[in-house]
Design a protein around this ligand. Structure first.
Ligand SMILES: Nc1ncnc2c1ncn2[C@@H]1O[C@H](COP(=O)(O)OP(=O)(O)OP(=O)(O)O)[C@@H](O)[C@H]1O
Ligand SMILES: [Mg+2]
Length: 422
């Protein structure tokens, strides 16, 4: 059978603006800031482009080719910025490729980071009909799906409320429900589901599985390898905009997890900063994962000491520096945040000096998977530096007694336990 999606030498070039380092708007931003700013952006899409002087070309996708067969459930994976959302946007016809082509047979419904197809001023009910119409369904067809959509999204009470008043969870629930129930031939879902709660995520995975069993084609982006593995039979691995691998999902996930560029990106001086409250005082320049003996490593065993060497450059003489270390799962779920200040450690440095600090988290019982680190430097509660997801590392094997621990059944924390009869 000819493929339902055929992608040939697909490339997408963006022009990067240098002065204002404003990021493009994602659904996450919309959810965080309310729909209004997003609407403004839609009305004045080029407002932010005015007065810029330096432009640089950037290939978000480069020469990507693959085929997808009807009924395949395909996981699209890759690091942040690998080009996953760009690929999905092209397949959903939300953005045009710069060169190459994507031929698609059938109706596509998508739930992406940008442009859910919802109109903020319209009510939930109106948006359901609008989306159905966009997908080419008749009023009667939409009507027959209406109750199911509303029940799945659990928004009965808010059907006649404009969606701009919806909470982020409600918005995503309705957007997913609409996309999944309007019987598209191809369902495309970016990782926005991470916004919903765990129970809803599970429900969505179940629904996508159902859609796939119906002979429809599903493309799903997620950083959660467990979900991808459960849902998808095939995978596409993107790396720096290029196609790194395509094929059976187990093989693709394995390659992704073993990809050394995923782990231990050390030099972080030039990475974009999330925040600093006043000028350049001190910033992180290097971070490397090390084992309990101070030796550089790329992965840890669950239950081992997890440690990091952090290098900080001071641009002036400073003291009273508190270091913040946050640990997230690959789904962006915060596991823990530790502050050096709370552990009684404040640091100081001379002007134009480098200091190195070792942070150790003893006996960390993380379940196997990929984790990422976010770092901050604070002084008097003000942020001097804040870098999000500076490195990722892998926890790959359990070194405690509960080797056959099944996290799906027993939970995410693999703690040791001591028992005694009193
Ligand atoms: N509209 C845009 N203008 C400029 N650059 C863009 C635009 N959209 C995406 N990019 C850049 O293209 C690259 C690929 O972005 P994309 O959103 O496809 O990555 P991704 O794999 O979805 O990442 P993530 O896992 O963080 O969602 C990134 O470097 C991103 O900054
Ligand atoms: Mg993305």
């Amino acid at each position: 059978m000819p493929p339902i999606i055929s992608v040939e030498n697909l490339s997408k070039k963006y022009i990067l603006r240098h002065q204002k380092q404003e990021r493009y708007t994602t659904l996450r931003d919309v959810l965080a800031n309310g729909a209004k700013r997003f609407t403004n952006r839609l009305i004045h899409p080029f407002a932010a482009l005015e007065n810029d002087s330096t432009h640089e070309e950037f290939w978000a996708l480069k020469d990507v080719s693959f085929d997808i067969q009807q009924g395949d459930r395909v996981g699209v994976i890759g690091r942040n910025g690998a080009g996953k959302s760009t690929l999905l946007k092209i397949l959903s016809r939300i953005t045009e490729p710069t060169s190459g082509r994507a031929s698609i047979k059938g109706r596509v419904a998508s739930l992406l980071e940008v442009g859910t197809g919802f109109h903020p001023e319209l009510t939930g009910r109106e948006n359901i009909y609008l989306n159905g119409a966009i997908l080419g369904m008749s009023k009667a067809e939409i009507k027959s799906k209406f109750d199911e959509i509303v029940a799945f999204a659990d928004v009965e009470k808010f059907l006649d409320t404009p969606v701009k008043r919806y909470s982020s969870g409600m918005y995503v629930r309705l957007a997913f429900s609409v996309a999944a129930h309007l019987e598209p031939d191809i369902l495309i879902v970016d990782e926005v589901l991470a916004v919903g709660d765990a129970q809803f995520q599970k429900k969505c995975l179940g629904k996508m599985e159902e859609v796939g069993n119906d002979g429809r084609t599903v493309l799903f982006v997620s950083h959660n390898m467990a979900s991808i593995q459960k849902l998808c039979g095939n995978g596409i691995l993107l790396r720096d905009g290029g196609l790194s691998d395509v094929g059976a999902i187990e093989k693709v996930i394995e390659l992704y997890l073993s990809d050394s560029s995923l782990i231990g990106k050390e030099s972080i001086g030039d990475m974009p900063r999330a925040r600093h409250d006043y000028g350049l005082v001190a910033k992180f320049t290097n971070v490397s994962p090390v084992n309990g003996n101070g030796k550089k490593v790329v992965s840890f065993k669950s239950g081992e000491d997890i440690a990091f060497d952090l290098e900080i450059k001071a641009f002036e003489k400073v003291d009273g520096l508190s270091i913040v270390f946050g640990l997230d799962t690959y789904m962006d779920y915060r596991i823990t945040t530790v502050l050096s200040e709370e552990a009684g450690s404040l640091f100081s440095a001379d002007k134009d000096s480098l200091i190195s600090i070792n942070l150790k988290l003893p006996n960390l019982h993380l379940k196997p998977g990929v984790y990422s680190v976010t770092l901050g430097i604070r002084r008097n509660k003000l942020a001097l530096d804040h870098v999000v997801r500076v490195i990722s590392f892998e926890v790959n094997e359990i070194s405690t007694n509960n080797k056959d621990h099944d996290s799906a059944k027993y939970g995410d924390l693999l703690t040791e336990s001591l028992w005694r009869l009193l």
